[in-house]
Design a protein around this ligand. Structure first.
Ligand SMILES: Cc1cc2nc3c(=O)[nH]c(=O)nc-3n(C[C@H](O)[C@H](O)[C@H](O)COP(=O)(O)OP(=O)(O)OC[C@H]3O[C@@H](n4cnc5c(N)ncnc54)[C@H](O)[C@@H]3O)c2cc1C
Length: 370
């Protein structure tokens, strides 16, 4: 084991491995440590948005289609109205978290990254960290240790811009040929049911809600047509749950310690943007290492999270306000072009100001009349 490295990454999830690969691609020596054994699974809706896919490709990571399923866009439905739109910049990709993890590990190994699994990082040490009781010196310490980041806490970066809030997510996999080329989002009074194609014969079904007691069965009750499709399909995984936190940090670095992925703040999972943000942050951070300027990363981090935060706020408003959601869905159903433009803004293809005055006014008018 190297006792000295340029970059030490705590957490070998998607964010940690992406940073490791990006930094190694720029010539730095990199060590990654994760407390878990691969392949690491996590309750997630498992869709990678087109901008996230582009960031992955830039890392040199390609996901083969035998282990994934492209999706062409997003479909919203609340049982009364439905609207769908395609991504302007090509498809996104659904793939199992375990598969994504294997692919990232293979890429990291090929790049010569020193990886330690089942390795617990227990604290900061002079010029580095303590891993399994051994001090490792590093030039930069990266906290990619997820939602409950210890590195964030140890380095005093826990201070948030607004109080964090949480929702709860549960997911299962079913063996069934995906029936739609869209990620389907079904809005219920209690949350959102997501269906993501993740393979030629597999879908991931996830439910996000404010109520920790609700499970997928509760969402199926509102959408019997989905239940009918899944009833006869084999259940591939048992229900797994986790927390989806909204957290915005004041700062994502201090000295030579820096945060990435969910450790660095997160938006509600409703956007499906978490992985995309992490992969984009990975590039920005490696670039900042090159320039020896973590302030540059902090600036890029704010830019990357701006749009997902705005979209999350908008969607959570619709989650809370059933009247507004029903009207909004009716309004965009009547104007699918506007929904396509909103999706293009969401995926960063269209600047917000280009959504158009005419389209906004038309939406406002339909909202009033819906
Ligand atoms: C219900 C739900 C659905 C979602 N759906 C989507 C979606 O469809 N698309 C999307 O893009 N995003 C989605 N997300 C968000 C996405 O899951 C996260 O953005 C992503 O997992 C963040 O990756 P990460 O590497 O930052 O954190 P994690 O995946 O949590 O990885 C952190 C790693 O750090 C390790 N670790 C922790 N502490 C230590 C320690 N002390 N020492 C060593 N290792 C440590 C852990 O073992 C873990 O492997 C969803 C989230 C939820 C909750």
């Amino acid at each position: 084991m190297a006792l000295e490295t340029d970059v030490f990454v705590v957490g070998g999830g998607p964010a940690g491995l992406a940073v490791a690969i990006a930094a190694r691609n720029r010539g730095f020596s990199v060590t990654v440590a994760d407390i878990a054994q691969p392949p690491i699974d996590k309750a997630c809706a498992e869709g990678i948005m087109p901008d996230g896919l582009a960031a992955l490709r830039k890392l040199g990571v390609n996901i083969p289609l035998d282990a994934a399923s492209p999706f062409r866009g997003i479909r919203f439905s609340d049982g009364e109205s439905a609207v769908q739109a395609r991504f302007a910049q090509g498809p996104g990709l659904g793939t199992r978290r375990t598969k994504l993890h294997e692919i990232l590990i293979d890429k990291a190994a090929a790049a010569g990254i020193d990886m330690h699994w089942g390795a617990r990082v227990t604290g900061l040490a002079p010029d580095g960290v303590t891993m399994n009781g051994i001090n490792v010196r590093c030039r930069w310490l990266v906290g990619a240790d997820g939602q409950n980041s210890r590195v964030r806490c140890w380095s005093g970066l826990d201070s948030a811009r607004t109080p964090p809030s949480t929702r709860f997510g549960f997911r299962r996999h079913y063996r069934v040929v995906p029936w739609s080329e869209f990620v389907e989002v079904y809005w219920t009074k209690h949350g959102q049911l997501y269906v993501t194609p993740v393979g030629p014969e597999e879908v991931c079904v996830a439910f996000l809600s404010r109520n920790p007691k609700l499970r997928l069965e509760d969402a199926f009750a509102a959408f019997p047509q989905i239940y009918a499709r899944l009833q006869s399909a084999d259940l591939v995984t048992r229900e797994q749950g986790t927390v989806s936190t909204t957290r915005a940090l004041r700062s994502v670095y201090r000295g030579s310690t820096v945060l990435v992925g969910e450790a660095s703040g997160s938006v509600d999972a409703i956007t499906g943007d978490g992985l995309s943000m992490a992969f984009q942050q990975a590039h920005a951070l490696a670039e900042a290492f090159l320039n020896d300027d973590l302030a540059q990363y902090q600036y890029a981090h704010r830019r990357i999270e701006r749009l997902p935060r705005m979209m999350a706020n908008l969607m959570l408003l619709l989650d809370r306000n059933h009247w507004l959601r029903a009207r909004s869905l009716r309004a965009v159903e009547a104007s699918p072009t506007l929904f396509a433009r909103m999706l293009a803004v969401h995926t960063g293809e269209l600047p917000l100001f280009r959504i158009g005055v005419e389209a906004t006014l038309s939406f406002g008018w339909r909202l009033i009349r819906a």
